[in-house]
Design a protein around this ligand. Structure first.
Ligand code: NAD
Length: 301
């Protein structure tokens, strides 16, 4: 049994923390939202009044927060509040599973190393269903020794655990993945809408493309057309899942990385533009598969 602090219990962090409890670990949890802690407390976690309280006296700290500023603020502190790297026990392993910019991940890793602590970036893929089922893919960046230690804990929440490279490498791999995912989601949405506009049943069309050369993850696991697949956000009014605002954040990160490395990413740039205008139309808090509505005829929305 490992003593673990889990901070950030949202759509992803909540079910991930629940799987650690099921695996027999002892959890101290914290989230800014009291309601997010209640479910975990019922499952046996200790709900704490602050991140610092949660991270005190544990072997491993795991964070699952929205963006880089939250991760930097929590680990490094911000004026009034101490950073977690100041308060954890010597030898505590720090694992950040959020999707953030690689620069922030490297900054925190360096500050942690200066205190003799190991920090690993371990963003995930697999969505809320993967988080609940414990089948996430973890994409890690950090030293070999941090990776070996992290693997033991991450195996309770996922099945594929990759070591992409040194600090920040997990984040680079993750934004490449999400840029491609956004392109696939937009492409799948426009293809299904084209078929429907021309008289096809979206379920039949999805079954055809799934096993044809246009097959992809969004059709297999996350169909954007309402009613085609059960238990996905499109069949629940696009609630839960992966928010448009978070996809906009990730596409911004991929475009910043592309600018810095002078890479050509025209499809990613277009997908970012489409998702930004979708968010500006009031869809920021809905699941990212709701981009389908940009293509569907109004009676299909
Ligand atoms: P979410 O908004 O549902 O959860 C984030 C949680 O962090 C919230 O409960 C919020 O209250 C909490 N929080 C924010 N600042 C905090 C702080 N300083 N201290 C404590 N708690 C704080 O987001 P999510 O969907 O769970 O995503 C989390 C991260 O995982 C993001 O970086 C996202 O890009 C990434 N991600 C999400 C998915 C998905 O399908 N939802 C998939 C892969 C990766």
């Amino acid at each position: 049994m490992t003593k673990i602090a889990f901070i950030g219990l949202g759509n992803m962090g909540g079910p991930m923390a629940a799987n650690l409890i099921k695996a027999g670990h002892s959890l101290q949890v914290f989230d800014l939202m009291q309601s997010a802690m209640a479910t975990l407390a019922q499952a046996g976690a200790k709900a704490c009044d602050s991140a610092i309280e949660a991270a005190t006296g544990v072997d491993v700290v795991i964070t699952m927060l929205p963006a880089g500023k939250h991760v930097r603020g929590l680990y490094l502190g911000n004026g009034a509040t101490q950073g977690l790297i100041e308060v954890v026990n010597p030898g505590t392993l720090l694992i950040d599973c959020s999707t953030i910019d690689a620069g922030s991940a490297r900054t925190v890793a360096e500050a942690a190393a200066a205190k003799g602590l190991e920090f690993i970036d371990a963003p995930v893929s697999g969505g809320t269903a993967g988080a609940a089922a414990g089948t996430l893919t973890f994409i890690c960046g950090g030293t070999d020794s941090a990776f070996e230690r992290a693997k033991l804990v991450l195996a309770n929440m996922g099945v594929n655990i990759f070591h992409a490279g040194g600090p920040g490498a997990g984040q680079v791999a993750k934004i490449c993945n999400n840029m491609l995912l956004s392109v696939l989601m937009v492409g799948t949405s426009e293809a299904l809408s084209l078929g429907m506009d021309n008289g096809l049943d979206p379920k039949v069309l999805s079954d055809i493309i799934k096993v044809s050369s246009g097959g992809n993850w969004t059709l297999e696991k996350y169909n954007p057309c309402p009613g085609v697949m059960e238990n996905v956000p499109s069949s629940k009014g696009y609630q839960g899942g992966f928010m448009v605002d978070l996809m906009v954040k990730d596409l911004g990160l991929s475009q910043e990385a592309a600018l810095a490395s002078q890479s050509s990413t025209p499809m990613g740039a277009l997908a970012r533009s489409l998702y930004v205008s979708h968010a500006r139309a009031g869809n920021g808090k809905r699941d990212f598969s709701s981009i389908f509505e940009q293509f569907a005829k109004s009676e299909e929305k």
